[in-house]
Design a protein around this ligand. Structure first.
Ligand code: ZN
Length: 262
């Protein structure tokens, strides 16, 4: 029996009821939701940093110090970056991503904050999506925050320059030490203010600022539903903790929501 199959139907039922009785459901997702699409997490068993060691924690400072070199490294990746790119190229959304799209299409899920940069929520069809750590398929101007598809950015001179404001272009993926872009942060805060039930899937939500959002929901009396393989710091604060892979738990939850709505 898989881990998710051991979750009692009653717990799934309770979670589905919470989703249906809330007025503004949000989701917060992290690396755990993409593991079953073949994207390795950074930390923990099988994690890229576990294998290669932690990367320097001052990536943004290094970028600003020498953007040309940072771009050259991006264009000829090595080590963990190379491994991640090769996985990203072949990854497909999994049933966990699809379940969240279904919840949105049903009008149950209002918006989502994802810490993933892998573009899989977007490819699955998620619309109200806030990518707090950016999206690896996009390039962003560090001055005016305009974003461009990576494939459309000419790279004959490095670093490339923003066609709107001549600022330096950088990967949209938020580097270590880089502030979360203001437009993204504002969406996160305004959505979280409305939220009275947050479905936290595939993340232990310990990395700030993402970690602040479930705490804010809890502090104002909202409900947290955790879907995670492991116990986390959020578990004691959650109304329900569903222990299992999100690719199995979320589709069960969606089926239950459909059943209860009839
Ligand atoms: Zn610009």
């Amino acid at each position: 029996m898989s881990q998710a199959a051991s979750i009692p139907d009653e717990a799934i039922h309770q979670a589905a009821s919470l989703l249906l009785s809330a007025t503004h459901v949000m989701a917060l997702t992290g690396a755990g939701i993409s593991v079953e699409s073949g994207i390795p997490p950074f930390r923990g068993p099988g994690g890229l940093w576990t294998k290669y060691g932690e990367p320097p924690m001052n990536g943004y400072e290094r970028f600003l110090a020498d953007p040309q070199k940072a771009w050259q490294e991006r264009l000829s990746p090595s080590g963990p970056t190379k491994e991640m790119w090769s996985r990203l190229e072949v990854a497909e959304p999994n049933p966990g991503h699809q379940a969240l799209v279904e919840l949105e299409n049903m009008g149950v899920l209002r918006s989502m904050i994802s810490q993933n940069v892998d573009n899989l929520h977007r490819r699955a069809g998620q619309r109200q999506l806030i990518e707090i750590h950016g999206n690896y398929t996009l390039i962003r101007c560090i001055e005016c925050t305009t974003r461009f598809p990576a494939s459309e950015v000419p790279l004959h001179t490095l670093p490339p320059e923003c066609p709107r404001c001549h600022g330096i272009l950088k990967s949209d993926t938020v580097a270590f030490g880089e502030p979360i872009p203001q437009d993204v942060l504002e969406q996160c805060y305004s959505q979280t203010q409305l939220c009275d039930c947050m479905l936290v899937a595939g993340t232990s939500a310990t990395v700030y600022p993402a970690a602040a959002f479930p705490l804010a929901v809890r502090e104002k009396g909202g409900q947290l539903i955790e879907v995670n393989l492991y116990e986390s710091e959020l578990s004691p604060l959650s109304s329900l903790s569903l222990r299992g892979p999100s690719a199995e738990v979320l589709p069960r939850l969606v089926d239950k929501v459909k059943e209860l709505r009839v």
